[in-house]
Each structure stands twice: as structure tokens, then as C-alpha cells.
Design a protein around this ligand. Structure first.
Ligand code: XMP
Ligand code: MG
Length: 178
């Protein structure tokens, strides 16, 4: 893996494709064991989680549905703190076993403002699966039920994660170079 140039910034290799896929298989195995006969509904938060959602969903062997919603709280390399819903939820959440899929939990603000909207719709259960978590950056504590990889508080791109819209199209994850 080589350095990656995205717009005006340089990123260095951080998490390999093999590690990402291995961790996804691990959480898929937990989900498959836990959700037999529960017909879970995965809610993938766009844009960042699309690759994670696709790879995880391929490993899910129980009957399951997936839908996609769009929220945004990020511009550039710093969280703006504003959460905007731009594509609504069209699936019925009531009495369903919900698993929310995130690419990364940073401050926790996005899920902190979104989860109550789901809780209002009375799901049978509600769990969170994330590819990445930055524990040092999290200011809104959340119970993360399925976390693939915890990372230090440094900006990352690749595998769906972007820097101002670019840098999503890699199989690996890269970290901002010092
Ligand atoms: P919060 O702070 O609400 O952030 O937990 C979650 C959203 O912020 C974006 N985010 C990042 N995107 N590299 C990115 O490409 C990062 O290091 C990063 N940290 C946070 C992301 O969209 C996530 O859904
Ligand atoms: Mg995101």
C-alpha cells in the first residue's frame, strides 16, 4: 500500500483490506448467531457506510432486510456538529429488530441525535454496528454493540470514508499523514 493523495492532503496506509474483511466476518458471525428468526432490518447511514454495509450484508446468513438513509454532520476534517436528515426512512421500524450501520463513530453526535427518532417508532430492539470507533473523540456515550475496529483520534479516509467527498474508492483505510 502506498501513500494516498486526496485533494490537498496526504494519507498513509492504516488498515488493510484483509483486516477489514476479517473483522467484518467476526461481527457477522455474532449477528448471525444473535438474530436467527428475528428478521433484522439493517439501517445503513449513507454515504460513508455503503461499502461496510455491502460487505457485512454479504456475510449475513439469517433472513434480513436492509435500507439506507442519509444524515450528515461532517464537513472537511472536523465535525460541524449539525445533523441534517436529507433522505428519510421509508421502512417500518415498529416491532422490528433494528441494526444501525455506521462507517465511523467519532463524537457520537450523529447517532445521539438520530437514535431517538428510531426509538420513537418503537422497534423491538435497537443495536449499533460500526466499522470504526474513535473512543478518545466520543463525547456522546453510546452503547456500540458491534464494533469492528477502534482507532486513535486521527482523520481517516478510504473504504467509503471521505475527505470532502473524495477518497472513498479504496479497499483499505488510510490515516492523515502528520
Ligand atoms: P460523529 O462525530 O457524529 O461523526 O460520531 C460521525 C460521522 O462523521 C464522519 N467522520 C469521519 N469521516 N473520516 C471520515 O471520512 C473520519 O476520520 C471521520 N470521523 C468522523 C463520518 O461521516 C461519520 O458518519
Ligand atoms: Mg458518515
Amino acid at each position: 500500500m502506498n501513500e494516498l493523495k486526496v485533494l490537498d492532503k496526504t494519507f498513509v496506509p492504516f488498515i488493510s483490506e484483509a483486516t477489514i474483511q476479517e473483522k467484518i466476518k467476526e461481527i457477522a458471525a455474532l449477528i448471525n448467531a444473535e438474530y436467527q428468526d428475528k428478521k433484522p432490518l439493517f439501517i445503513s447511514i449513507l454515504n460513508g457506510s455503503f461499502m461496510f454495509a455491502a460487505d457485512l450484508f454479504k456475510q449475513v446468513t439469517v433472513d434480513a432486510e436492509i435500507c439506507f438513509i442519509k444524515l450528515a454532520s461532517y464537513k472537511g476534517t472536523q465535525s460541524t456538529g449539525h445533523v441534517i436528515t436529507s433522505i428519510g426512512l421509508d421502512s417500518n421500524v415498529k416491532d422490528r429488530h433494528i441494526i444501525v450501520l455506521e462507517d465511523i463513530i467519532d463524537t457520537g453526535k450523529t447517532l445521539h441525535s438520530f437514535l431517538p427518532q428510531l426509538v420513537n417508532q418503537q422497534p423491538a430492539s435497537l443495536k449499533i454496528a460500526t466499522l470504526l470507533h474513535k473512543p478518545e473523540a466520543t463525547v456522546h456515550p453510546l452503547t456500540i454493540d458491534y464494533c469492528c475496529i477502534s482507532i486513535p483520534n486521527k482523520f481517516v479516509v478510504g473504504y467509503g470514508l471521505d475527505y470532502d467527498g473524495f477518497g472513498r474508492n479504496t479497499k483499505e483505510i488510510y490515516q492523515l499523514k502528520d
